[in-house]
Ligand binder design. Structure first.
Ligand code: ARG
Length: 573
């Protein structure tokens, strides 16, 4: 990567100055370069001269000049120029030769990918909806952010394992079974909406009738003990729910490697409880068993309820234990709502205390996403209920259809395009914000063809493709020459080389929005260029070839970006 290359150059230059005794030997902090905000400060800048100046009492400008001449000696044509400016920044301006070299790379399919993850495994726990409840908008965030992170890590060479941690176990199933027995005579030919209603009814009735609560408890115990009737009803509920979820995944174009679910870990729970007890972290409290943290660093977590029922926490302990042993991952990402922050702090701390992390390098990360809101407040149905995802996605497709109403495509084609544009728009809207932020759900913004939206990026890609198709020439990149660049062309080049960095940064920060912002900026720059300058009508063959290459690279990058985000691109728009 260009960035690393320049960082290494700076390091070598510093060492050279030390060897020449121009500066004294000090322990240098990590050398970091950044992209200056302002264009006239170059492509990269570093403050290292000021850092060294503090340690050596030499003038930062002098150190900067020393570095500059060393670097220019080491790599004379990487840069157009290097400037040292007060109070001591060193600004690097990439040469056209360097920019063109990156441009050539950017025309390749794999541009932006890397092998840094080779031999390492990453588990992404995402989507993870709960059985017997319709797929809510909350799980949409987990599904699409999780899928994007999965794709990004894979692109960087990691072996990725996607795990849908289905909420298919827990005391709520006792309640549900009790409700089905009571009000449906144990019959299970039900829809997911009926299941949800039964569950709500159970809670309402239970307020008046404490007997019911007891019944629910008994049924969960039966379920845990393997009672046949309890298991039959439970299995039926899973089947009904999975049918629904699969429909949604298909609509979203999401595929998750495995769906083990909470119930899978049930058999491991006794062992886990035993280990926690033997290591002295478990304590009886009012009949329940809790996990205690030293000095009350964290509130205790529930291991077993007072009726002996297992908990979400215990199942997550078993899950993590299983994953660590079986896969030896370097990273586990949990893409789950921010309301579970405490749960994951308790979980990760418990794992540390239990000594399960064999390698210090294994990282456990909760990527906590925010809520969906509307401009006026809570995101809910008119009656105040939860919004079901399927309705939102259907509406998105309908609205997209209106946008392309006047296109010359056949009705069937229009359907297809509307689906890709509508769903892509909803996904992009979600991904373009930092996961931790709340999402404002505003149809105008989501489908705005001129703003930072999915359709705008899809449109850019389609536009580039259409230019390339019309050009009809096989592009021979070996013939690519440096031609005098205009401002808009140079601006595009000065984005393109950053793409590999952007991908890595988005992985390190667990933030697909970094990719969104980048491809949006690149698209804006390309579209500005497109509006101001001819491409196909250019007479000079070198210039034409160059402009087509810019178009090709832009298309490839926006496409790769959208692919990583899990957003499809229509053939026409
Ligand atoms: N089913 C849970 C929920 O909807 C999310 C599970 C997330 N994953 C986990 N390992 N806890 O709240």
């Amino acid at each position: 990567m260009l960035k690393e290359k320049i960082e290494n150059l700076i390091r070598r230059a510093v060492e050279e100055l030390q060897d020449q005794k121009k500066i004294s030997k000090t322990n240098l902090p990590k050398i970091k370069i950044e992209h200056p905000r302002e264009k006239n400060h170059g492509d990269y800048a570093t403050n290292i001269a000021m850092v060294i100046s503090k340690q050596t009492n030499k003038s930062p400008l002098k150190i900067g000049e020393g570095l500059k001449s060393q670097i220019l000696k080491l790599k004379p044509d990487l840069f157009e120029k290097i400037e040292v400016v007060p109070p001591g920044f060193v600004n690097f301006f990439l040469s056209e030769k360097t920019l063109i070299r990156q441009l050539k790379r950017a025309t390749k399919e794999e541009y932006g990918s890397s092998k840094i993850g080779k031999g390492k495994k990453v588990i992404v726990d995402y989507s993870s909806p709960n059985i017997a409840k319709p797929f809510g908008i909350g799980h949409l965030r987990s599904t699409i952010i999780g899928q994007a992170l999965y794709n990004i890590y894979r692109f960087l060479g990691y072996k990725t394992i996607g795990d849908n941690h289905l909420g298919d176990w827990g005391s709520q199933f006792g309640k549900l079974i009790a409700a089905i027995k009571k009000w449906k005579k144990g019959k299970t030919d039900l829809s997911i909406e009926q299941l949800e209603k039964l569950y709500i009814k159970f809670h309402k009735e239970a307020e008046k009738n404490p007997h019911l609560v007891e019944e629910g408890r008994i049924w969960f115990r039966k379920l845990e003990e393997g009672d046949r009737e309890a298991r039959r009803i439970w299995r039926a509920c899973i089947k009904i729910s999975l049918r629904e979820f699969k429909k949604i995944y298909k609509l979203l174009g999401v595929k998750i490697d495995q769906t083990l679910g909470e119930s899978f870990y049930e058999v491991f729970l006794p062992q886990i409880i035993k280990e926690v007890k033997s290591k002295g972290f478990a304590k009886k409290s009012q009949g329940a068993l809790i996990f205690e943290y030293p000095k009350n660093q964290l509130p205790p977590a529930m291991l077993l309820k007072s009726d002996g029922a297992t908990t979400y926490f215990t199942r997550d302990l078993a899950t993590i234990r299983y994953r660590l042993k079986r896969y030896k991952p370097c990273l586990i990402i949990y893409e789950v709502g921010a309301e579970q922050k405490l749960h994951f702090r308790q979980l990760f701390r418990a794992v540390e205390m239990l000594g399960w992390l064999k390698s210090k390098r294994t990282k456990l990360i909760h990527v906590a996403h925010g809520l969906y809101r509307t401009k006026t407040g809570k995101f809910s149905t008119r009656k105040g209920g939860t919004v079901h995802l399927e309705e939102v996605l259907n509406e998105a497709v309908l609205r997209a259809k209106k946008i392309i109403e006047n296109s010359k495509e056949t009705l069937r084609e229009k359907e297809k395009i509307a689906r890709i544009v509508g769903i892509g728009a909803v996904k992009y809207n979600d991904l373009s914000e930092r996961p931790s932020k709340d999402i404002v759900f505003d149809w105008e913004k989501i489908l705005n063809l001129k703003g930072n939206s999915g359709p705008y990026l899809q449109y850019t890609c389609v536009r580039c493709q259409s230019v390339l198709k019309k050009a009809k020439t096989k592009m021979d990149l070996r013939k690519l020459k440096i031609v005098p660049l205009n401002e808009e062309e140079k601006d595009i080049l000065r984005e393109i080389y950053k793409f590999p960095e952007i991908i890595q940064e988005s992985a390190e920060e667990f933030s697909p929005n970094i990719i969104c912002n980048f491809i949006f900026q690149l698209s804006q720059k390309y579209n500005l260029f497109y509006d101001l300058h001819p491409i196909l009508k250019v007479k000079d063959p070198d210039k034409k070839r160059f402009r087509l290459t810019l178009t090709l690279a832009t298309e490839k990058i926006v496409r790769t970006g959208l692919n990583l985000l899990g957003i499809s691109i229509p053939k026409r728009m």
